[in-house]
Ligand binder design. Sequence first.
Ligand SMILES: *Cc1c(COP(=O)(O)O)cnc(C)c1O
Length: 463
Amino acid sequence: MKYVSTRGAAPVLDFEDTMLTGLARDGGLYVPERVPTLDPTEIAALAGLPYEEVAFRVMRPFIGDSFGEAEFRDIIDRAYASFSHPARAPLTQLGPNLFLLELFHGPTLAFKDFAMQLIGQLFEAALKRRGEHVTIVGATSGDTGSAAIEAFRGLDAVDIFILLPKGRTSEVQRRQMTTPTEANVHALLLDGDFDDCQARVKDMFNDFDFRDRMRLAGVNSINWARVLAQVVYYFTAATALGAPHRKVSFTVPTGNFGDIFAGQVARRMGLPIEKLVIATNQNDILHRTLATGAYTRETVVPSISPSMDIQVSSNFERALFDAYGRDGKAVAEQMERLKETGSFPVSQGAIGRLRETFASGRASETETSETIARVYAATGEVICPHSAVGVKVAEEEADPAVPMIALATAHPAKFPDAVAAATGIRPALPKRLSDLYERPERMTEIANDLRTIERLMEERAST
Ligand SMILES: *Cc1c(COP(=O)(O)O)cnc(C)c1O
């Protein structure tokens, strides 16, 4: 299996190098040269299997020769052993045709654990075999950083640096990043917003001297392995509700477009998905793009669903690449334009294809709170603000003939203030995190300046 860049000018790589590289050297994102498919019989056979077995069957064709079968099975088993629910991604029913896919039973209580726990294991296996050390760097709006630190803390072959926007994550999120005691973990509080953090990480990858000297590796959802891990739960959820014999729809609370793009990969693999719905909060660049045909960056307005407070949505580039008929040069031109002017018009044909592929909706702050309160009153389920954005938009897109699955992306206890304001209930942290507020914090505040950040990383890393 070979991987190509969305900007068409980077080396073609196998799975392992794609994973270890992160961002392509032409600034693009890696995607598989072609998407393997499962036929309806193979999809039907997934129903009722353990999550790990589905994970193996769905991901195996993308891995090529990078990992042996037994080794890959072992990696998957270890990745999901720390999840607190035997189904890993259980479905609950909210209404006659509305389901919630609970993706928050991993160690840091957000769906990011599905991918991060897996790539922690994949990195360790690959680096051990190669005898190499890497410096992992990631930007986070809150959940990616905590999941990444949890997955890589204490591993010999990596240092991990996470850039988080100072004052913009929830306290639980920040503490999950600042309380690990392992020496290879470095939490950097950047004076800026998430887009600044992500931009500095991309700048580092484009500083080839620094990138090569530090052996930089990225674990943001620019990393293909993350997207791949997330394809799996679309299969477990859909087959549980009758796929491939009946279609299902998904609504996905979206920020960086990684999770919903995984849904599109599942569909291209053959999973019969009727609607794939983008749900945004008030930072609604993706919803506006589909509505207006122009991708126009605005400033981020902090919301009660902070993990979606994003204006430059990295993985959207992967969808654009497909919408532009896999023309890397056209994508590179649009991205250049975005960088220079903050906007680009999606061409007629491409916007048409995007609208055929995705529906979209947005939830305001008030609608989000109302949805948390309403779901609690009607069902007794306490949902987090991100999941509430999804449920609100899912209800708008409901179709009595097709089950709708809304992705519940985080545990409500990660966002206790917003949940308490809506319901009067302060959700408790699960037992394994119950002393989080007592643990000492360790972090470094840093200016939004590339050289300053790079210098600090060189001092701290053990390479
Ligand atoms: C990261 C995150 C999202 C957005 O996911 P993307 O893949 O960036 O679109 C939504 N909800 C929660 C809780 C998250 O942590």
